[in-house]
Design a protein around this ligand. Structure first.
Ligand code: IMP
Ligand code: MG
Length: 178
């Protein structure tokens, strides 16, 4: 039977094992950086869910999880530049150590908007943890605090990342010619 584990789409950039190893390293670093204080993890729907699941298993701090959906993309591979909050948080982040968990920081437009939007609610601190970073594409003035992997200007799929809503369930990060 054909499924995602025996069908390879695109060229593999990072395997599940490489990503899990990185999640373990970053999880430890978060524990140290926050001196074991509670954290409030905010996953960005839908792309960050796979990375978030790996990461949260490696965070031993008390943790709450929540989700937000912000979108600057239509379909395809180009940004519209307009950010909208399509789904807001369920919980209150006042005085909490917020960590926004992203799949990828590309132009940075989405994340800059999201960070400012959440900062208005006066969390104790706010940091960003992304699986992937494409620094060469940055337009907005924003950097992630924790980065799984920095990559060249490739269009990546899998491990939560989509191309027209497909391939999010691939168990690796691959790239396709866009
Ligand atoms: P930004 O606002 O340009 O930084 O876009 C961030 C969002 O665009 C990410 O959360 C992804 O959903 C999407 N995105 C950017 N680059 C890629 C890619 O290479 N593959 C899949 N989605 C991408
Ligand atoms: Mg996204």
């Amino acid at each position: 039977m054909k499924n995602n584990t025996d069908k390879q789409i695109g060229k593999i950039l990072f395997t599940k094992e490489q990503i899990e190893a990185r999640a373990a390293e970053i999880g430890k670093q978060i524990y140290d950086d926050y001196n074991g204080e509670p954290v409030y993890l905010i996953g960005t729907l839908r792309g960050a869910v796979v990375w978030m699941a790996d990461l949260m298993k490696n965070i031993v701090n008390d943790a709450e999880i929540d989700f937000v959906m912000a979108s600057s993309y239509g379909s395809g591979t180009t940004t519209s530049g307009v950010v909208k909050i399509k789904k807001d948080l369920e919980g209150d982040i006042y005085d909490k150590n917020v960590i926004i968990i992203e799949d990828i920081v590309d132009t940075g437009t989405t994340l800059k908007y999201l960070k400012e939007h959440l900062a208005d609610r006066n969390p104790k601190s706010i940091r960003i943890c992304t699986l992937l970073d494409k620094p060469s594409r940055r337009i907005a003035d924003i950097e992630a605090d924790y980065i799984g992997f920095s990559i060249d200007n490739l269009f990546v799929i899998g491990y939560g990342l989509d191309y027209d809503q497909k391939y999010r369930n691939l168990p690796y990060v691959g790239y396709i010619e866009a």
